[in-house]
Design a binder for this molecule. Structure first.
Ligand code: UGA
Length: 450
């Protein structure tokens, strides 16, 4: 099928690349000319595992093109995926102006009937508005627009695998034709019939993904409800961690045993610096606003958000307890990305910690395998290390802010010896406390006995 994608960010590129990989003809558009130039030079504007390989192959096979002429999306595709950003406004509401622009553009430019699919995370009832805009701005007689919601459940770092081997594909439709067209688009994934770039064609056996058909409103709600639930789960684990610190228990022992109950599950119970990234923090805010507007008391979400914000204060306080004065201290920071396996620093707890240290007058030397080019600290320059071990040189403390697995493999004895004072604060519970203590570190982590 001929498919257009509007918005070539994380979601748009993964969607476009994977749809091309399973056999569709894709045009990915974006109004940001520099992004499209980068893509047309054969490079990617983002780092995402496997994405470079699938896009390169799709390009060689003639299945994907990139264009900064967004109107082309409305001309070329039978189905148009809207993957533009919906960032938070000051109020916490999602800014839907980019979706509105897409609707107006598609309505005025399309010369044949289109299936318009919202993939960006949007508040419930956006689909109804989208339908209305397409109708009122439509100018070509006989051109019909059908709207569907098809929320993405992609995690940065594993997005290609998540797209090709999803837990579920949710489609919100109010038209049988739209359901049929979406089934056709996803057929190779539903049947797991494609050459998988993640597993080199040898995927481990797994059940075929369910195709969940709902109303458009329900599909929109499923996405926000899922992300907010994950956020609540993380805040719950972090509250348990605080309790463990006060009363002398180990959060990893507690959550491990909790997670063995299949009704609870072990995922998303890792205590640490809290949830960040461009999805969970903004989605929980938008969901809070949605509930408020609908007159529903969902204060549980506000509490989860408040607990999350307090993670940074708690961590900086922990540093202050060990270092006494932060001003003038040299701190080695390992990690800047909001989680491992991504270069994304948006709403990154690691960046928040570094900003706080800089504000207090500490000198920070940081290392991140992927995110150093993207990190910004309110205009304050920091020192970057060329390799992770270099952050330890002369440091009064080393802090672990992102759980990159390679930090585990560092020569921690050599790190210890290079520091001015062997103080290690592990904001991600990445290392083994006993092993670090045996080396001679003063070691503090989250919710585990010092
Ligand atoms: C999240 C959801 O997991 C995806 O299902 C969803 O599609 C995506 O948002 C989206 O809305 O597009 P992502 O933002 O890539 O995906 O990141 P997560 O893996 O969910 O991690 C979010 C944050 O929670 C990170 O800062 C991570 O470090 C933190 N986290 C995660 C914890 O602190 N503890 C955990 O146990 C798990």
């Amino acid at each position: 099928m001929r498919i257009s994608v509007i918005g070539s960010g994380y979601v748009g590129l993964v969607t476009g690349g994977c749809l091309a990989a399973i056999g569709h003809q894709v045009v990915c558009t974006d109004s940001d000319e520099s992004k499209i130039r980068t893509l047309n030079e054969g490079k990617l504007p983002i780092y995402e595992l496997h994405l470079d390989a699938i896009i390169e192959k799709a390009r060689r096979d003639g299945r994907i093109v990139f264009s900064s002429e967004v109107a082309r999306a409305a001309h070329d595709g039978d189905a148009i995926f809207i993957c533009v950003g919906t960032p938070p406004l000051e109020t916490g509401d999602a800014d839907l102006s980019a979706i509105d622009r897409c609707a107006r553009l598609i309505a005025s430019e399309a010369k044949s009937s289109k299936l318009v699919i919202e993939k960006s995370t949007v508040p419930v009832q956006t689909g109804q508005q989208l339908k209305r805009q397409l109708e009122v701005y439509g100018r070509t007689p006989g051109v019909k627009f059908t709207v569907a919601s098809n929320p993405e459940f992609l995690r940065e770092g594993t997005a290609v695998g998540d797209f090709l081997h999803p837990d579920r594909i949710v489609v919100g439709v109010d038209d049988a034709g739209a359901e049929k067209q979406l089934r056709e688009i996803y057929a190779p994934i539903l049947d797991q019939q494609f050459t998988c770039p993640v597993h080199d064609g040898k995927c481990p056996p797994a059940p075929k993904p369910p195709f969940v058909v709902t109303t458009i409103n329900s599909a929109e709600l499923i996405k926000h409800a899922s992300n907010s639930f994950l956020a609540v789960k993380i805040s719950y684990a972090n509250a348990i961690a605080e309790l463990c610190e006060r009363i002398g228990a180990n959060v990893q022992e507690v959550t491990r045993a909790m997670g063995m109950d299949p009704r609870i599950g072990s995922a998303f119970l890792n205590a640490g610096l809290g949830f960040g990234g461009f999805c969970l923090p903004k989605d929980i805010q938008a969901f809070i606003r949605l509930a408020e507007k609908a007159g529903v008391d969902f204060s549980m979400l506000k509490e989860a958000e408040r607990l999350n914000k307090s993670r940074i204060d708690n961590f900086v306080e922990k540093m202050r307890r060990s270092l006494w004065v932060l001003k003038g201290k040299r701190i080695g920071a390992l990690g800047l990305a909001f989680k491992a396996h991504t270069d994304d620093v948006r709403f990154s707890p690691a960046i928040d910690v570094v900003k706080r240290l800089l504000a207090e007058g500490a000198h920070v030397c940081a290392y991140d395998p992927e995110a150093m080019d993207r990190a910004r600290f309110d205009g304050i320059a920091i020192e970057y290390a060329k390799e992770p071990a270099a952050v330890a040189k002369g440091a009064d403390a080393v802090v672990i802010l992102t759980e990159w697995p390679q930090f585990k493999q560092l020569d921690w004895k050599a790190m210890h010896d290079a520091m001015a004072r062997p103080l290690l604060l592990d904001g991600r519970n990445l290392l083994d406390p006993a092993a670090m203590k045996a080396i001679g570190f003063e070691y503090h982590s989250i919710g585990r006995p010092d």
